[in-house]
Design a protein around this ligand. Structure first.
Ligand code: SIN
Length: 310
């Protein structure tokens, strides 16, 4: 898919100045030595900096995953991906495919020609996980850790070990070519074929925006977001959902509450998450704005978009 793992720096000595998505996946595999006994086939699905992920790329990736997962002789998939939206792609794939085979996203925090490039080890580890008997579900592998799609979140902007599974904990670790598992693999969900078909056929995703609750918040922001006339003036579709990244336990600044009520009354779906990286929001009886239990704001946004698609 591209990303820093396929990125190149102008100079190996200064890996901060680089362009993502320069090498092909075949280039990445050419230098790979793996202890896993498997045959590797590769396909270039996209070549992007993952900050620019969009519906068309996701549709193509989903189609190719469906194709390869259906092959009886395919044990698992490895997807090289940028770190920036890896958690969104992982969540989408797990929600729509919930595969009985492993689909392992991997990445890097240093470009491929950096002196301390981390991509080769991450790719090697990802292949080990994908080749592990019994492995299943959508996973992320980075810095020796195996994280589940539901939990994985990028929490550091530059550290090699940039991801966290939060309080759920990692699925396991890759150690000397073996997976030491600490938790169950992600479970295959009920079939989501109708939802998958709807997403693959969709010309656009329902528009859902994320709003942050913070000190000295202003309700006019919500009114502007929820106003279809404002959207139309910008040639954008109307907002159908708002995900509120609330403070702490999902609390909302009082300045936003009245405006959110107005938006909800006008038919905009409002969902609450938390701006905290860790912790788990629990729905309570009588919640005025429903809670996206256990989902970060970006994953809650995806969940709501999928719900609005049908
Ligand atoms: C990207 O997300 O494609 C660029 C950043 C990265 O991979 O770390």
């Amino acid at each position: 898919m591209g990303g820093t793992i396929a990125g190149l720096a102008a100079s190996a000595a200064d890996s901060r100045d680089y362009v993502a998505a320069q090498l092909l996946v075949s280039d990445l595999l050419a230098g790979l030595t793996t202890q896993a006994s498997c045959v590797l086939l590769s396909e270039q699905v996209a070549q992007i900096d993952s900050k620019d992920m969009d519906l068309a790329v996701w549709q193509k990736l989903l189609q190719r995953c469906v194709h390869w997962l259906a092959q009886a002789d395919v044990q698992g998939l490895v997807i090289t991906h940028g770190t920036d939206t890896l958690e969104e792609t992982a969540f989408l794939l797990q929600t729509l495919l919930a595969p009985r085979k492993p689909v392992v996203l991997t990445c890097a925090m240093r470009p491929a020609n950096a002196a301390d490039a981390d991509g080769p080890r991450n790719l090697r580890d990802a292949v080990v996980v994908a080749a592990t008997a019994g492995a299943q579900g959508v996973l992320a592998v980075c810095a020796g850790r195996v994280l589940g799609a539901q939990d994985v979140q990028k929490v550091h902007s530059s550290r090699l070990d940039a991801f966290s599974s939060g309080e759920a904990g990692d699925i396991g670790r890759v150690h000397q070519g073996r997976v030491d598992r600490q938790r169950d693999w992600p479970a295959p969900n009920a079939s989501q074929t109708a939802l998958l078909d709807a997403l693959l056929a969709a010309p656009a995703l329902p528009r859902v925006e994320i709003l942050l609750s913070h000190a000295a918040a202003c309700g006019a922001t919500v009114d502007a977001l929820a106003d279809p006339a404002v959207a139309a003036r910008h040639g954008a579709p109307p907002v159908r959902g708002l995900v509120l990244a609330g403070t702490g336990g999902g609390t909302v600044h009082h300045e936003l509450v009245a405006a959110l009520r107005r938006a909800q009354a006008a038919g905009v779906r409002v969902l609450r998450s938390t701006r905290c990286a860790d912790g788990f929001l629990q729905p309570r009886p009588g919640d005025e704005f429903p809670v996206a239990a256990g989902l970060s704001p970006v994953k809650a946004r995806l969940a709501l978009m999928l719900e609005l698609l049908c």
